[in-house]
Design a protein around this ligand. Structure first.
Ligand code: XIL
Length: 297
């Protein structure tokens, strides 16, 4: 196959990218998007601050543009993200306790209902675990509403859109470490108690090669019976091409690894300014890393 999407499809997988609505008028960008990718994630447009700028007033304009562009070109969409401690609208940042809990749950229900039947999966909760050695939850206003906020969000999302796969998504989870083990234990607990969870997203914002146990870490989550997805891949560093190949082969070696999404198209589209962590250069040309990914798929 001669494109990322077609090559990934040979093993039943997808290859995706983050898309910014403001770039859908850029013909170089859209040409690469339409040619190469089979899955799309809105880079910012489905987040809480974008979709509910005022309490109870929803704005789906950016998210809908991205979704409609994707669907009209035969692509699927990963919803990102219903609840995250960052990019909360200002009004929610000022809430706490039962008032915040009610606002959180309403947000999940409303947004998941708007996109019902239209998204492949949702990142229901993003980045809720702490970095470092604790293996515990990250402190946030969301967490302070009670430790059950994550399962409550997953149940509300399932009720609103029974067809979407429901994912937990995080970073610094690339190997077996305290943070990934904390998440692993939560997923195991959810599965044992029937809390609806279908997938775990590994953002994979990397600098150089992933840890040596990257594949083994994906596999231990897959062995819990959830799909695993590489959701925001970008890799800085001089061994970038090799590292991209390693990550791609790891996904292909795990039967339940459904696909890979890179966090942008060209280096100039990346949130990691100056790090050139993506598969296409600023002119839209394929980089060495593109070829190692295509060869590995
Ligand atoms: C980033 C976007 O790429 C930026 O445009 C925005 O300013 C901040 O968020 N983890 C995530 C993504 O889950 O939503 C973040 O996206 C990158 C880190």
């Amino acid at each position: 196959a001669s494109t990322l999407g077609a090559a990934a499809a040979q093993t039943g997988r997808y290859f995706g990218t983050a898309v910014a609505a403001g770039k859908l008028g850029d013909s170089t960008y859209v040409n690469i998007l339409n040619r190469e990718f089979s899955m799309v994630t809105a880079e910012n447009e489905m987040k809480w601050d974008a979709t509910e700028p005022n309490r109870g007033q929803f704005n789906y304009s950016g998210g809908d543009r991205i979704l409609n562009q994707a669907v009209s070109n035969g692509k699927r969409v990963r919803g990102h993200a219903l609840l995250w401690y960052q990019q909360e609208p200002g009004w929610a940042q000022g809430l706490s306790g039962s008032d915040l809990r009610q606002a959180m749950m309403n947000h999940v229900t409303q947004v998941a209902t708007h996109y019902k039947g239209k998204v492949y999966s949702w990142d229901v909760v993003n980045e809720a675990f702490a970095d470092g050695g604790s293996g515990g939850r990250r402190d946030s206003n969301l967490q302070r509403t009670g430790n059950d906020w994550i399962e409550a969000a997953f149940r509300a999302a399932r009720d609103a859109d029974p067809g979407a796969k429901l994912c937990y998504n995080d970073y610094n989870t690339d190997g077996v470490n305290a943070k990934s083990t904390g998440i692993y234990n939560m997923v195991k607990d959810f599965k044992s108690r029937g809390v609806p969870i279908d997938c775990v997203g590994f953002q994979s914002h990397l600098s150089g090669n992933p840890p040596g146990d990257y594949q083994a870490n994906l596999q231990r989550f897959a062995d819990l019976g959830v799909e695993v997805q590489i959701t925001e891949l970008d890799i800085a560093g001089s061994n970038q091409a090799q590292a991209y190949g390693t990550v791609t082969r790891a996904c292909l070696a795990v039967a339940r690894c459904a696909g890979i999404t890179t966090w942008g198209i060209r280096d100039t589209d990346s949130w990691r300014t100056g790090e050139n962590p993506l598969l296409f250069d600023g002119n839209g040309n394929k980089k060495a890393a593109y070829n190692t990914v295509l060869d590995a798929l």
